[in-house]
Design a protein. Sequence first.
Length: 758
Amino acid sequence: MSGYNHESSATRKTKDNPSSESLVSNNRLVIISHRLPFSFKTENKTTTLKSSSGGLVTAVKSLDLSASSQKPVWIGCADFTQRTWEKYKDLVNDDFEYVPVFLDKATHKRFYNGFSNSVLWPLFHYFPSFVDYHDEDFKAYRAANATVCDKVAEVIQPGDLVWVHDYHFIPLPQLIREKQPEATIGFFLHIPFPSYELLRLLPKACRSYLLNGLLGADLLGFHTTDYSLHFLQSVQMALGLQHTFGQIQNGDRLVQSGVFPIGINYSLYHDAYNNEEVVKERDALKASYKDKLIFSVDRLDYTKGVMQRLDALEAFLVQNPEWLEQLVFLLVVIPSRDEIQTYGERKQMIEQAVGRINGKFATLTWVPIVYRYASLSFDQLLALYSVCDVAMITPLRDGMNLVAKEFVASRQDQQGVLLLSELTGAANEMGEALLVNPLDEYEVAAGLKEALQMPSEEQTQRMAIMQKRIKEYDVKRWANDFMESLLEAQLANEERGGKPLEGDPRKNLIETYASARNRLLLLDYDGTLAPLVAKPEMAAPPDDVIKLLGELAAVPQNKVVVISGRDHQTLEDWLGSLPIDFVAEHGAFVKEEGSWREPGLADMTWKASVRPIMEDLVYRCDGSFVEEKASSLAWHYRNAEETLGFDRSRELINTLQQLVPYQLRIIDGNKVVEVKTVDTDKGRSARQLVARQPYEFVLAMGDDRTDEDMLSALKDKNQYTVKVGDGLSAAAYRLMDVEHVLALLQELVDQGARQKSR
Ligand code: GDG
């Protein structure tokens, strides 16, 4: 379900046929999460193993790894001592090989309670005022990640699939990549990724470190489209890297961002309905409460909105006194992170509010709220899920929220109403719930009333649709989808274009050129025929380039086209005397057989709106300037102070993205932001030129993003595509720089001369 998977990698997958099952089984899986899925418990001098059973454990254990010849590995921070591990590790005996990382206590505290849970957790959940940032904590976070990375480096082997989990390990993908450049790395974020406006509150170096950390992965997974878009926008705003359908080009690698809403083990919760223990617990609850039951269960956390939920209940009881003595709210709060101050305070606040509301509404025989601060057994939890009339799940933010899904799955009777916060990831998939804004106590109170009064048939209808959906996309699908997309992303990286144009490929190109009866040469100008310079007008071609192009064009079988983003007048001034054709301004102007034309020049009235925005930036960013071409406007900042230029360019892109209608294309280029009409690009022009006649040899060369439109459009045999310089490309071949381009063209001219003299 990865929303942005780019088409070509998906196609490649079916073509080369590496089904996920076979690859997951051929490759060893290496999971990295903060905690290992077990702990040791010592009671009465006896130590036993306690397995944990969170969503991640279920997900990983449900992957089909049966055919693998090697045990999957799970790496995580130990919450036991090295001594305990050595003594009791034999108790841990399952399908995994576990590798604990022992961090010293002080580092772990600053890493976990400090940066992870007092900076990233509140910020990513939109609680900036709860952020408690300390440089030492950030340092410990980096140190902890480095220590975990050392352990990973000791363990991983070529071919492993590494899957890193959650906000504790945001830097890890890049740290691993530095040690193992060819590793296949996936990362999944279980919490929201916030809008850039939140992320930018972090110190600059810190946020760049985090984003660059993530960009070490081949695949990044988020629960929702919003989170993925927030991440992509942050990368563009903070690092200046653009994406295409969620795919980012990071140096010589591709990073894919995708959407994978985590599911649950549906049958575990559904089938538990008739478990003996669950039935017993449920019957006991039914016997104790004759009133309507509202239920909620959350970890103690300010993100869960327990205080606001209590406010809403109070508002409801005030507004609807007829419901007094007719309902009970079972409020279960699970102890969590209570050593962090904000959490401890929260507990007190909740308890005071419960006491106050109970005091306000209770009678001698009834209290509205039954509060419990403790964990529940699985059977108790399932009994509560399946007995309540309303599950009131109203976090202020939640990456997904599994409780909502588990409640729905547990209702074999298809009764009960889900009252769900619209600020959870789960709300995206559960439109049939009653969705409310958890901050608006009156809206929640109204939702509660509607839930309590909902007719049984309507409850069934809503439940049935939600059940079908979460049964289909369960945790197994989630994990398999992620792995499949990881393999696609890895493949896309393996196939990233551009073998050096030397040896046999070069010989082959020259031979095909020599034997072809008609040839087309599509040559970009800046960065391909002439080096990039500070001012565009300084890139005039030297005499030897003019001579070379002249010689190439003089060969009767050759058609030479300079295909450039430059304005047509400059190209005409510099090269217009040669017998060559031009595609100027990305295709807006064309010169053929000696005359210029504008193929379908679009409406340019938009310039009047965009020009002042760019001019305002020129005023606020010294050294920058606006270049006007017939079909585009470009704001150049290569001569501005670097940081200021970059910051202003982000501002411009942000503004343009909000304002510009989509018939226009915004190009985040190399120290330039350009806006142009979308009906022209080099790819379209190249395709038209190639289609004119059946050329027996086509050579297309270019160096930047806009050339990629052209290079990716030419895939046939005898069509040679060459990327000039570094960076990812769709081209089949690569030349280092302008000098090498000119040398190749000279070789072609010489080849022609040799043929003639034969
Ligand atoms: C992250 C994200 C995202 C809770 N209390 C008891 C108990 N639980 C179980 C529930 C559920 C899980 O814990 C909590 O689910 P959450 O969805 O709240 O997940 P978290 O692990 O807190 O956190 C979250 C999730 O990752 C998955 O990506 O949904 O948004 O914050 O499974 O059943 N289980 C038992 N007794 C309890 O008292 N037995």
